[in-house]
Design a binder for this molecule. Structure first.
Ligand code: ARG
Length: 273
């Protein structure tokens, strides 16, 4: 009897060890197919054309589509890993990565030295900058014109940082910096008149203007904003994963895959005026 119990305990221990092992190998995977690694991508959907919730049945990963989603889908195929998406507020993405709630970030995230203290960025895959979206009937043509106005930004983004720094440095004083968790709600406030301008990444700004061609326009202020480059972001300790992604990304960029995705999505979404 004693022997039997001992054997049973051993067998259980072995089983649970195998189960644990399988868990760590396959991450959030259901564990049904062959121990393929599953990586959790953190993003903040509602940032067209980079990430958005697709129409029924049109999702590329889960219900999500967009340049970042399709790019990651392709990299994952080549690395033979599965990817699931955690959609959340942009401002919390880096903390989620640091606490390993997610394995990497693909969210049109601009590479910045201060962020690079907390994450490892991939090679850049997209170059852009900030545009200011305003109502057509307004007289604003520079950030300086926005003195005493209400400016909307997405919380924690480079738009937020630039506008906040401009104010802190005394370059221009706004009536209010309206920080939204989603750019779209800032733009709705702009359309309805409770916000005077929205600062957002150029491709996203183009999209909003294309959606409201009779109401909105955008301008660029080179004295206030500089060029920005997007990178995928990884945990500081995950150098191997970073190298794997970079190797594929480098080849895809050389093939013009991101340019292709940009054309494809702006066209499909009707984002070019
Ligand atoms: N490029 C800007 C930044 O890095 C905005 C990114 C917002 N991304 C998003 N998925 N909402 O701060």
């Amino acid at each position: 009897m004693k022997k039997f119990i001992l054997l049973a305990v051993l067998a259980l221990a072995l089983l649970s060890f195998a189960a644990c092992n399988n868990d760590t190998e396959s991450g959030a995977d259901s564990g049904t197919d062959s121990g393929r690694r599953t990586l959790v991508m953190g993003t903040s959907a509602g940032f067209l054309p980079f990430e958005f919730i697709a129409d029924e049945g049109q999702g590329v990963i889960g219900q999500y589509a967009g340049i970042d989603v399709s790019l990651v889908y392709r990299i994952a195929q080549e690395l033979d890993v599965d990817v699931v998406i955690q959609n959340q507020e942009f401002v919390g993405l880096i903390a989620a990565l640091q606490s390993r709630e997610i394995d990497f970030i693909a969210a049109g995230m601009t590479i910045r030295p201060d962020r690079a203290e907390n994450v490892n960025f991939s090679i850049p895959y997209f170059t852009t900058g900030q545009f200011v979206v305003v109502r057509q009937d307004s007289n604003f043509h520079s950030v300086a014109d926005l003195e005493n106005m209400i400016v909307g930004v997405q919380f924690g983004t480079t738009a937020d940082i630039a506008i906040t720094d401009g104010q802190d440095d005394g370059v221009v004083t706004f009536q209010e910096i309206a920080r939204h968790n989603q750019p779209v709600t800032a733009v709705l406030d702009l359309v309805s008149g409770s916000v005077d301008a929205v600062v957002v990444d150029a491709p996203v700004a183009r999209g909003f203007v294309a959606q409201h061609p009779d109401t909105l326009r955008f301008f660029y202020d080179h004295t206030f904003f500089g060029p920005e480059q997007f990178g995928l972001a990884f945990h500081l300790d995950d150098l191997e994963l970073l190298a794997e992604f970079n190797a594929v990304l480098e080849r895809l960029l050389a093939e013009g895959f991101v340019d292709y995705l940009y054309e494809y999505y702006t066209d499909k979404l009707g984002l070019n005026e």
